[in-house]
Design a protein around this ligand. Structure first.
Ligand SMILES: Cc1cc2nc3c(=O)[nH]c(=O)nc-3n(C[C@H](O)[C@H](O)[C@H](O)COP(=O)(O)OP(=O)(O)OC[C@H]3O[C@@H](n4cnc5c(N)ncnc54)[C@H](O)[C@@H]3O)c2cc1C
Ligand code: FES
Length: 507
């Protein structure tokens, strides 16, 4: 969460606007009683909804309206213009809907209209009666939330090894780590939500094994739980390289909110941090700890950070930005040890450090799937509907490997927040008989100081990264192609480009 922008802009829609001024597909930003509202015509019909995205409060009028769906400019959440419903993560809450009144060619928006009640959707009579979700991260939470929102009224259990109820994991390397976001912003829902929606959330509850033929999961304490349908959303775990000294107590990984708070605590009495890995997480941690006034060194074997994913031009710009903020890079180097007080590199350099943060990547948490005999190959293999070979057993999010809808025969594995949540939402809809193939293009964002990079698509092994615009100036699109085919695009300051490319990919 973040705070909504202050003063509303545009016309006072309560006082009316001429109908003739509202062209098809254009979002007019206005306000009603101080609330920002967008009024838009889609398919010839006028609708009005709240103008602020329910994720981080982006102004939706800066996004896109296509086929009756409003696309958020920042992290690509999708809302139904007619009902306000949050169709696609990372937004979960619906938009407020407003009544539109046409009085002799003048359009007035004065009153909130009734929200569609959760559960008012079509139900499948043969829907499973006991659903167990393993994993209380982005994907597992979104699956449980969507099941209830779509009217599933059977038993629903959400099991999480994490001590905390589902929270905003991406913020663990951004504002929350930097000290710029309060703790209240972190939970995805408050505690009452789970009770009110009959979601049996069990935190600090690890699953030990799965029995697919007996349709049970066994918890670490030995208790069994029966299911009719199961969603495996166990995510991924950080890799800890086997370097002497990396088992010291002042060497940290970052996956959970508890990890983040441990790092915040360590940073409060440290002066110098060495970050191992110039990954997205490594670099976001660098930015956050610079904000906390630490001396930050980043050690990584590659020559240019992030170049493998974002290309050399963005990689260099990200590096330059971090250097301008005071980060010192040791590139082309690997850490070979952490004797007390400094990280030793393969060329003998000693990088002084009171604490070390590891950001060298993650491995999908496939242990349970392997024990159960499910197919695993760099992730749990699922079909286009995100179902494993075992009927009624799904894998979603960072643990899953699924067919790329744009490249027949190719399986992909992505580690992105919105993608994980959308997969969870999709599996919920498949269980309820409302969906089959998962076709959303992958999307992620990464934030470094005031530079935000949006990335849509999947471009493993691109051969060309074509830059259009000024990366250092924060106004650019980089298109990643292989043999001339567009695979993905990264944008800086060009949200509409990013949304349009996503829409093209989804068609
Ligand atoms: C610090 C950080 C910052 C990030 N920033 C971004 C970003 O800016 N943009 C972006 O797109 N992505 C970002 N990501 C990636 C994104 O958070 C992940 O892709 C996403 O969380 C994956 O969701 P998931 O539900 O699949 O897995 P997770 O969110 O990891 O959740 C997995 C859950 O499964 C539980 N679990 C595991 N094993 C068991 C078991 N045996 N029994 C019970 N529970 C179990 C875990 O406790 C956890 O609750 C970031 C990740 C991290 C760690
Ligand atoms: S602010 Fe809209 S998706 Fe994040």
């Amino acid at each position: 969460m973040s705070e909504p922008p202050a003063a509303p802009t545009g016309p006072d829609l309560g006082r009316g606007v001429p109908a003739s001024s509202l062209a098809e597909g254009v979002m007019l930003l206005g306000h009603v009683g101080g609330e920002p509202v967008i009024l838009a015509r889609s398919g010839g019909v006028l609708h009005a909804v709240g103008a602020l995205c329910t994720h981080y409060h982006a102004l939706l009028s800066d996004g896109l309206l296509a086929d009756g769906v409003v696309h958020c400019p920042w992290h690509h959440a999708r809302f139904c213009l007619k009902t306000g419903e949050a169709l696609g993560a990372p937004a979960i809450e619906p938009l407020t809907c407003w009544r539109v009144e046409d009085e002799a060619g003048t359009i007035f928006v004065r009153h909130v209209s009734a929200a569609p009640s959760p559960g008012a959707h079509a139900r499948r009579p043969d829907a499973p009666r006991r659903i167990v979700v393993i994993g209380g991260g982005g994907a597992g939470f979104a699956a449980a939330e969507r099941l209830r929102r779509e009217g599933y009224d059977g038993e629903l259990t959400l099991l999480s090894a994490d001590v905390d109820a589902p929270y905003d994991r991406p913020n663990c390397s951004k504002d929350y780590l930097a000290g710029a976001a309060p703790r209240e912003w972190m939970p995805l829902k408050d505690a009452a939500y789970y009770a009110d929606n009959a979601i049996d959330l069990r935190t600090s509850t690890a699953v030990r094994s799965l029995d697919l033929s007996g349709r049970t999961v066994t918890l670490l304490d030995g208790a069994d739980l029966a299911f009719d349908a199961l969603i495996l959303a166990t995510g991924a775990a950080p890799v800890r390289p086997p370097v002497p000294g990396f088992d010291r107590p002042n060497v940290y990984i970052l996956r959970s909110l508890a990890d983040c708070e441990t790092i915040i605590q360590a940073a409060s009495h440290s002066r110098r941090v060495a970050i191992i890995g110039a990954s997205f997480i490594g670099l976001e941690v660098a930015a956050a700890l610079i904000d906390r006034k630490l001396d930050v060194a980043v050690i990584a074997p590659e020559a240019i950070p992030l170049a493998k994913i974002l290309g050399e031009d963005i990689g260099r710009a990200v590096q330059a930005l971090h250097e301008s903020e005071g980060v010192v890079f040791y590139l082309g180097r690997t850490a070979v040890g952490f004797p007390d007080g400094s990280v030793v590199l393969d060329d003998g350099t000693a990088v002084p450090a009171d604490m070390v943060v590891l950001g060298v990547g993650v491995r999908p948490e496939t242990g349970l799937a392997m024990i159960a005999g499910l197919a695993v190959d760099h992730g749990v293999i699922v079909g286009a509907d995100l179902q494993t070979a075992a009927p009624g057993v799904f894998a979603v999010g960072d643990v899953a490997r699924y067919p790329d809808p744009r490249s027949p025969g190719v399986l992909i594995h992505v580690e992105h927040w919105a993608a994980a949540q959308r997969q969870g939402q999709h599996a919920a809809r498949v269980i309820l008989g409302q969906a089959d193939r998962f076709t959303d293009p992958p999307f992620f964002w990464s934030a470094h100081y005031d530079m935000v990079i949006s990335y849509v698509g999947h471009a493993e092994g691109f051969d060309t990264a074509r830059v259009d615009g000024d990366i250092a100036g924060g106004d650019a699109t980089v298109r990643f192609t292989r043999e001339g085919r567009l695979l993905a695009a990264a944008t800086l300051g060009r949200d509409i480009d990013s949304l349009k490319i996503e829409l093209d990919f989804a068609r």
